[in-house]
Design a protein around this ligand. Structure first.
Ligand code: PLP
Length: 399
């Protein structure tokens, strides 16, 4: 049989990163690579209890198809959760998604045609790069500095695009403790970005899975809140603050956008499982989510400190790294000319893995960068892993 695949299928590739991560299961390997939460935080007993309760009391709803936009109880719970973190929205402005990757997928379907220009950060979240590439988007990257997206550079790109008669369909940003860099968009830059997006009538997609995971207590207002909900579409998820196994997320936007998203979602999965929604809605309603997040912060803060300390102690001076104050990741820049994909094999020989930085760049740059994760490994693994990585980089530098 000769299959005739779609043009979309020709734009999807096996992830280089997944191929490399196959090695992480080797015994003795220290993995500083995945973006996984620490499983010791999973509230297994609570979920066992709530599962029984939901099945006993609302089994007829939990095991049934549900409304595409979300179970009413879940929508109310999401409003409560957002309010606890400073974001106001009405039920009509929210759509439950099967985690935020589905939100990205639905927004790609809603906004993108082949060749449609979009703006994103350099580097940016890999799952978004893949989704936008799959749609054939013309991705334009804006570099980051320690304050997030360089808005002056953004303005110059928009001016250039205007001359070409082009306008981006949206600007995609991960403003809080970004994946992969850990960098946060400063308050000043948030205002600047909203001003530029507003003046040019470009929607902003704010993807913020890590916002609640601040280790300093400082959480900047979301773009959604600063803008009063105008022109901003916010993607949220429980994957990083609770667990990813239920695939629960949500999207917040203007009502006309939510209407379209709900229609698209019907064609994608009809609805996110009611079972999962009713369990998590109850979890939030009982005030458990806030406690879980506090526990996560208490678990990740010493790991984050250990990684920063170990880098300071061991890394050669030629290497630069980001200094995030939350989230799960840290970003390393090696001297130009060192390819982190090429030296990955050497890292494996030292029983250490990281994530190569190049695939996070929509413009094919970033060969000398890499991402480190500190949420999953233990403190001992972080200390030993960074020491080994530093030793290996030193060897490569002095070859
Ligand atoms: C910035 C960002 N957005 C979206 C996602 C997707 O998460 P999920 O689909 O599990 O909600 C991730 C996962 O790593 C992420 O880092």
């Amino acid at each position: 049989m000769t299959y005739q695949f779609s043009s979309v299928s020709k734009r999807i590739f096996r992830s280089e990163i997944r191929e490399l991560l196959k090695w992480t299961r080797k015994p003795g390997m220290i993995s500083l690579s995945g973006g996984l939460p620490d499983p010791s935080l999973f509230p297994i007993q609570d979920i066992i209890g709530l599962t029984g309760e939901v099945l006993t009391e609302k089994g007829f709803l939990a095991l049934q198809y549900g409304p595409t936009q979300g179970e009413p109880e879940m929508l109310e719970a999401l409003i409560q959760h957002m309010r606890e973190f400073g974001d106001e929205a009405s039920v009509e402005q929210v759509c439950v998604t099967s985690s935020s990757q589905q939100g990205i997928d639905l927004l790609s379907l809603l906004f993108l045609d082949e060749g449609a220009p979009i703006i994103m950060e350099l580097p940016s979240y890999l799952g978004a790069v893949q989704a936008f590439r799959r749609c054939g988007a013309d991705m334009r990257g804006i570099p980051l500095d320690e304050d997030g997206m360089d808005t002056e550079y953004l303005q110059s790109v928009l001016d250039k695009m205007k001359k070409e008669g082009k306008k981006p369909r949206f600007i995609y940003t991960v403003p809080d403790f970004q994946n992969p860099s850990g960098i946060t968009l400063s308050l000043e830059r948030r205002h600047e970005l909203l001003k530029i997006a507003g003046e040019n009538a470009i929607p902003l997609i704010e993807d913020s899975p890590y916002r609640e995971l601040s280790f300093t207590g400082k959480v900047l207002p979301s773009l959604w809140t600063i803008s009063g909900g105008k022109g901003v579409i916010m993607l949220k998820t429980f994957s990083k603050i609770l667990f990813p196994g239920m695939r629960m997320g949500w999207l917040v936007a203007d009502v006309p956008v939510i209407d379209k998203i709900a229609m698209l979602k019907q064609s994608v999965d009809l609805c996110t499982p009611s079972f999962n929604q009713l369990i998590l809605a109850e979890y939030i309603r009982r005030g458990k989510m806030k406690q879980t997040i506090e526990k996560a912060i208490a678990c990740y803060r010493p790991k984050w400190t250990a990684m920063l300390k170990s880098l300071e102690q061991h890394m050669p001076k030629e290497v630069e790294w980001s200094k995030p104050s939350g989230g799960m990741f840290l970003w390393l820049k090696l001297p130009e000319g060192i390819d982190t994909k090429e030296i990955f094999k050497t890292a494996l020989e030292h029983n250490i893995t990281y994530v190569i930085g190049h695939p996070f760049h929509c413009d094919d740059s970033g060969g000398n960068t890499l991402r480190l994760n500190f949420s999953f490994p233990s403190i001992e693994q972080i200390e030993e892993g960074v020491k080994r990585l530093a030793g290996m980089i030193r060897e490569v530098l002095h070859k």
